[in-house]
Design a protein. Structure first.
Length: 248
């Protein structure tokens, strides 16, 4: 039998060190895989990140703001009037002014964003989604405008402090309308009311301007970036107070 050690016993010490490095690398891989799995589960069931591609939600949201979305809404937590929601294009909405401008990026940047998107931290799938404010829930009658230029929900006029209107304009919508929201859908509008291709202007699409609840990704609840704009997103419950009592 051949002795694998020298007089100082150096060989076993080297092998022990090598085994320690391999164990460390194995544990590192396990931790990395576990982190990816947890992140994937978080993205799938809890939260995701999206960027704002257009001016339709100004001044609440600015172009290139990043928002965090609660994906428990609406499957686990119910939607409320006033919620800011992210939803997949129901079909035909992402045309014209709503098409996001694509900023050129390098391939490495795209790869990094793709990887982050897979775990819910990137915004690579934002181009397929829109963000608006919920004005009408299933069964609601939404109309505009009354003699004061206000929107009404179930016959109740509402004052909307989040609106951005052109200088000198007081009407909450440039076009008059009256709709009843079908079961399983919502009526959404942008805060920048005169520069938003929302439910009012998508009547000729397959969804007839309504957004199926099945297309809602979740409720945006915080602006996460840039840091100077970090804030919680208000759903303005006082705006819709009294609307429930007049339902149906």
């Amino acid at each position: 039998m051949t002795d694998t050690t020298d007089e100082t016993g150096r060989r076993p010490r080297v092998e022990k060190k090598r085994n320690g490095v391999l164990t460390f690398l194995r544990d590192l891989v396990i931790i990395f895989i576990a982190a990816l799995l947890v992140s994937f589960l978080v993205k799938t069931f809890l939260i995701r990140s999206f960027y704002i591609p257009s001016a339709s939600m100004e001044n609440t949201l600015q172009i290139n703001d990043r928002v965090i979305v609660n994906e428990l809404v609406p499957d686990v937590v119910s939607l409320k009037r006033g919620d800011v929601v992210v939803f997949k294009d129901p079909g035909g909405w992402l045309t014209g002014s709503e098409v996001p401008s694509v900023t050129p990026t390098t391939q490495p940047a795209k790869a990094i964003d793709w990887l982050l998107t897979q775990v819910g931290l990137g915004t690579g799938d934002s181009d397929d989604h829109l963000i608006k404010r919920v004005i009408g829930l299933p069964g609601d009658k939404v109309s505009c405008c009354n003699d004061l230029g206000q929107m009404s929900v179930n016959g109740v006029p509402i004052k909307e402090p989040y609106l951005k209107l052109p200088t000198g304009e007081t009407r909450a919508s440039g076009t008059d309308f009256s709709v009843t929201v079908p079961k399983g859908t919502i009526w959404v509008m942008g805060d920048n009311r005169y520069d938003s291709k929302d439910s009012r202007y998508n009547g000729d699409t397959p969804s007839k301007g309504f957004v199926p609840l099945s297309d809602v990704t979740g409720r945006a609840f915080v602006i996460s970036w840039p840091s100077s704009r970090w804030t919680w997103l208000d759903d303005y419950p006082e705006v819709f107070a009294g609307v429930e009592e007049r339902d149906k």
